[in-house]
Write a protein that binds this ligand. Structure first.
Ligand SMILES: [Zn+2]
Ligand SMILES: [Zn+2]
Length: 344
């Protein structure tokens, strides 16, 4: 059973998951693999190689059979397990709790070699629908406080299977980075009476230099103080703390923006490994204590998507201090990405 441990000094939670069985030799870098379609558990026809699906978009075909567009299955090797009661085992100097959570895989297509950058928009819309539907469902479990929807592209960004997929993790705690964001957005709101992210979007639109693409409903901009090269945030123009509030029209707009942005990365930065993360406000079940910064988060927090390419490795300075050196000015990154945007 995995365990959640909290750093007693800075308050960061970590999952200790020895059952995932990594040994030193498994940390060696491996060449970019490509599992053959007949043994890939995510390919159409191999549905029995996964755990039973918890969600799928299909044309009236049977669950766990071929004939689907998107499938969501529990991870066979989860970092956190859904079974059991949440127990905080110690709250003193070394706080820890048992590793309760959920870990699901969103298989984005039945086609092994499809890349989201080349996918039809309707397929990306289906993937976004799967994200929303699964988070809505997982939220009914009041043991969970936070949901992370993310995508690792290529092995250097953490993908262990090349078949296009994303992951959803439900956590029983709120990660420190999000608490830090909430503290900042809450402070700004109490000083200015406005959402800091709405103000950032307006400022980026005014300054223009970091805009990669602005559509009817979303703004993609290179991060002003990006810690890494080519970091981009996608913000919805409409203020909302929660991505499940996306309308159908917004979802259609986002699908097209995402596809074009991923294509721009391919042209401007040679198909870099990347992590794409949906950042949304946490869920605080009614009976629970509201952590600092989380009060009124519907007003001061604004959901967004972070795209973090892995163009350089994190070295001693960054690991040791969280002080980053970014070798590409965000304004240059935005200009390069704009040049790489496809015309449609
Ligand atoms: Zn496959
Ligand atoms: Zn806002």
């Amino acid at each position: 059973m995995s365990e959640l441990r909290q750093d007693p000094v800075i308050g960061r939670w970590v999952v200790i998951a020895p059952e995932r069985g990594a040994r030193p030799q498994e940390f060696e870098p491996e060449p970019e693999e490509d599992i053959r379609a007949d043994v890939c558990p995510m390919c159409e026809g191999n549905e029995r190689m996964t755990l039973p699906e918890v969600f799928a978009i299909r044309d009236s075909t049977e669950p766990d059979r071929p004939g689907w567009y998107v499938r969501v299955v529990p991870n066979k090797f989860p970092a956190l397990r859904v079974e059991g009661e949440l127990e905080a085992v110690e709250t003193g100097l070394f706080p820890h709790m048992n590793g309760i959570g959920a870990h699901e895989i969103v298989i984005e297509t039945s086609e092994h070699t499809m890349d989201l950058a080349f996918a039809p928009d309707e397929q990306i819309i289906r993937v976004l629908t799967a994200f929303r539907r699964r988070v809505e469902d997982l939220r009914r479990d009041t043991r969970f406080r936070h949901f992370v929807v993310f995508r690792n592209h290529r092995r250097a960004a953490g993908a262990t299977l090349s078949h296009p997929h994303s992951q959803i993790i439900a956590l029983p705690i709120i990660p420190k980075l999000l608490l830090d964001q909430l503290a900042g957005s809450s402070r700004y709101f109490s000083q200015n009476g406005r959402c800091i992210f709405c103000d950032i979007v307006q400022r980026e639109l005014d300054e223009e230099v970091r805009i990669v693409q602005a559509t009817d409903h979303f703004v993609a901009a290179a991060l002003y103080a990006s810690p890494y090269a080519y970091g981009v945030n996608i913000y919805p123009r409409r203020h909302s703390h929660d991505f499940v509030t996306m309308t159908v029209e917004e979802q259609v707009d986002l699908a097209s923006l995402l596809r074009r942005l991923l294509m721009a990365y391919r042209s401007a930065a040679f198909n870099p490994p990347y992590n794409l993360v949906f950042q949304m406000a946490p869920s605080i079940p009614p009976a629970c204590e509201v952590p600092q910064g989380c009060a009124n988060m519907e007003e001061h927090y604004h959901w967004h998507i972070q795209v973090a390419p892995r163009l350089s490795s994190v070295a001693g300075l960054e690991w040791g201090t969280s002080f980053y050196i970014n070798p590409v000015a965000p304004e240059e990154a935005a200009a390069d990405l704009r040049k790489g945007l496809p015309s449609a």
